[in-house]
Write a protein that binds this ligand. Structure first.
Ligand SMILES: Cc1ncc(COP(=O)(O)O)c(C=O)c1O
Length: 428
């Protein structure tokens, strides 16, 4: 769909245009395999000489329809769905890096992604260096090595809610001849499109706002199509040297900068690792995407109202929300997220762990959940859940006060949410 249409229209209609008499809703192609008349037809698919489907472990038409919508929203050249956000980040990085390579990543990222890069990818022989997102360009540059092949960050980090200076990170990555990969899960393309600011590859946990109803785990990878792989030929042999599993095909030559990255990730990584999203999940994801632009505005409105309310409460030590004037990242938020970021707010209560437990017990609308970014407001106290194993001292060292509450504001009426918070604060 034409990019001249507003993002609101594209959320509803991009990716699928039915022909005369065809279904209005995207068809769920619940088929593992596809039929061909001749072996020659099939052979062309295996040689990547013809486009088409042969096995749903690699590609499925329903998933591709939804990937095309997400690609349109992010302003990319090609995209694919994955089984989860974890798979999306792994594929995005492993499509570029191999054993002996090195990644520079922001230290302010989702814990699961930190573990993926720092522990699991290290076991595969891929090293990493973590940098503060607030570091200067010189400090970021100093983290690069001869074998660095990618830079990584999150537009709005989960759970720290730091805002990434995408242009700064892109400048440094490009100075060193490597692509910038940005996880854009929290703002979604409705609120920020990292490719417009210089990012090369964008990833998503579609499990969050894109689905938006806590119904289906999923992920997505979008290629901006601008990174010049052949211009850095020696760094990226996976894309610029022959792939013997496809008779010596060179992805960057055959599919160009627009298509090489996603084609390789599909026909090589998906073929061998099989982290595919189910067509049923893709269908549900599309239902979420159709209202994403309507929902994000409400999530932001609720997040902002809740953050402002909490900031004025005597039981609250501090509130972390980039939309607050007092927030360290407010200037970056105004630049990269002019319509607001997301509905996730974190705040510290006086009285530590006990106060947080009492407060959460009294909430009537916000449920206690290991989740963020869906229609229903939910919350979590890291000290008694995700970071439970840490002592009081270790919590302080990790920058997670015992009284910290992370709240994901849903789509309820903000007056009801604030009234609920008020009565729970009074009950501590
Ligand atoms: C920013 C971010 N990226 C990636 C992930 C991982 O996504 P998933 O749970 O879909 O594997 C998460 C999960 O919370 C996340 O918040």
């Amino acid at each position: 769909m034409n990019q001249d249409y507003s993002i609101n229209t594209r959320c509803v209609q991009a990716g699928y245009t039915p022909g005369n008499g065809e279904p209005r809703q995207i068809p769920i192609i619940q088929s593992t395999t596809f039929k061909y008349d001749t072996s020659e037809d099939m052979g062309k698919l295996f040689d990547l000489e013809a486009t088409g489907y042969f096995y749903s472990r690699l590609q499925n038409p329903t998933c591709d329809t939804v990937a095309a919508k997400i690609c349109n929203l992010e302003g990319g050249s090609a995209a694919m769905l994955t089984s989860s956000g974890q798979a999306a980040n792994f594929f995005a990085l492993f499509n570029i890096c191999e054993a002996g390579d090195h990644i520079v990543a922001s230290s302010s990222i989702y814990g699961g992604t930190f573990n993926l890069i720092a522990v699991t990818m290290a076991k595969m022989g891929i090293e990493s260096t973590f940098v503060s997102p607030d570091a200067s360009e010189e400090e970021l540059s100093a983290a690069f090595k001869e074998n660095t092949r990618a830079m990584f960050g999150e537009t709005i980090a989960n759970p720290a809610l730091t805002v990434l200076d995408i242009e700064k990170f892109a400048r440094v990555a490009h100075k060193h001849g490597v692509p910038l990969v940005v996880d854009n899960t929290f703002p979604t393309p409705v609120n920020c499109r990292p490719i417009e600011w210089g990012a090369d590859i964008v990833t998503h946990s579609t499990t969050k706002y894109m689905d938006g109803h806590g119904a289906a785990v999923g992920g997505a990878i979008i290629d901006g199509g601008k990174f010049d792989w052949m211009g850095h030929k020696d760094k990226f042999p996976g894309l610029t040297a022959p792939d013997e599993s496809y008779h010596g095909l060179v992805y960057a030559e055959k599919f160009g900068n627009e298509g090489a990255f996603i084609t390789k990730a599909t026909v090589q990584l998906m073929r061998d690792l099989g982290c595919v999203q189910s067509p049923q999940s893709a269908f549900m994801l599309n239902l979420g995407l159709e209202s994403l632009h309507v929902r994000m505005g409400r999530h932001v409105e609720n997040g902002q109202a809740v953050a402002e309310f909490l900031e004025s409460q005597p039981q609250v030590v501090s509130v972390n929300y980039p939309g607050l004037k007092s927030n360290k990242y407010n200037a970056l938020a105004q630049k990269y997220l002019p319509q607001g970021g997301c509905g996730v707010v974190s705040f510290e209560l006086k009285g530590g762990r006990k106060a947080a437990e009492a407060f959460m017990k009294h909430l009537k609308l916000a449920a206690i959940e290991t989740h963020v970014a869906d229609a229903r407001t939910c919350c979590l106290n890291p000290a008694t859940s995700t970071h439970r194993q840490l002592t009081e001292e270790q919590l302080i060292e990790a920058g997670i006060p015992a009284g910290l509450v992370r709240m994901s504001c849903g789509l309820e009426d903000k007056k009801d949410l604030i009234a609920d918070l008020k009565q729970a604060l009074e009950a501590i």
